[in-house]
Ligand binder design. Structure first.
Ligand SMILES: Nc1ncnc2c1ncn2[C@@H]1O[C@H](COP(=O)(O)OP(=O)(O)OP(=O)(O)O)[C@@H](O)[C@H]1O
Ligand SMILES: [Mg+2]
Length: 232
């Protein structure tokens, strides 16, 4: 395993304009995460957790600072370069699933693979959906799937490219307790199988405890970073 961090954030600031003037949302975030780590991001509502994830994903551009993923400085990438980089290296799971409503479960997973130029995208998508227990729901549209099933499609899609970084923003926030627990088990087992780096935003202290590290964000800054298990 190389020593290059899976993710490095250097002095990230994010300032956005709003009606009441500029808002300093992130105020100097520094963070280094190694490959294979699972990291929980916790903190009060409005503290900047989702904003930080959007900056890491390249969906929001930092006002200043530097983002490195797998040793690559993506800060200066153009929108097109970012989109390509994200497609190949970053998997994202959102609270509200973000599936394409006009595509079947199979297409939701296969089409991004096809865009990535990966061989046999539909076969690979089918295998991913089988892994998450949805082999019998391939032709269903999102509206024909339960919330838990939709989130499992989103997981299959996020993991399909074997991304360096897997980002999940409250992935069980819209699911009932038992369904959420199953989706979370799946998230951790897929992470384990691929040994990618998992960043999980959660309000659930029990879930946070399952991660190697807990990072607390408050008022746009990292308040504390607690390592749960001794590094081997
Ligand atoms: N586009 C925007 N323009 C101005 N302010 C914004 C914008 N998006 C978010 N904010 C503000 O940035 C702050 C951080 O928001 P963010 O969504 O990152 O919080 P969060 O920690 O994810 O909260 P939650 O736990 O409720 O999801 C909030 O005060 C929010 O109102
Ligand atoms: Mg949020």
């Amino acid at each position: 395993m190389s020593d290059t961090p899976a993710l490095r954030l250097e002095n990230i600031h994010l300032k956005l304009a709003s009606h009441g003037g500029d808002v300093n949302i992130l105020r100097g975030i520094n963070l280094e995460i190694m490959r294979g780590e699972t990291v929980a991001i916790v903190g009060p509502s409005g503290s900047g957790k989702s904003s930080m994830m959007m900056v890491i994903a390249g969906l929001e551009r930092a006002t200043s600072g530097r983002v490195e993923i797998a040793g690559q400085d993506v800060t200066a990438y153009s929108e097109d370069e970012l989109a390509l980089f994200r497609r190949d290296h970053v998997g994202i799971v959102f609270q509200d699933f973000h599936l394409v409503p006009t595509m079947s479960a199979l297409e939701n997973v296969a089409v991004p693979l096809e865009f990535s130029g990966i061989a046999n995208p539909f076969e690979k998508a089918r295998a991913q959906l089988e892994t998450v227990g949805l082999g019998h729901r391939l032709e269903h549209y999102p509206s024909q799937l339960s919330g838990g099933e939709q989130q499992r499609v989103a997981l299959a899609r996020a993991f399909a490219t074997n991304p360096t970084l897997l980002l999940a923003d409250e992935p069980t926030g819209n699911l009932d307790g038992e369904t959420g627990r199953k989706v979370m088990e799946l998230l951790f087992s897929r992470h384990k199988a691929q040994n990618n780096t998992l960043l999980l935003i959660t309000h659930d202290p029990k879930l946070a405890e399952k991660c190697d590290r807990i990072i607390e964000v408050k008022d746009g800054l990292i308040q504390s970073s607690e390592l749960k298990v001794a590094a081997s």
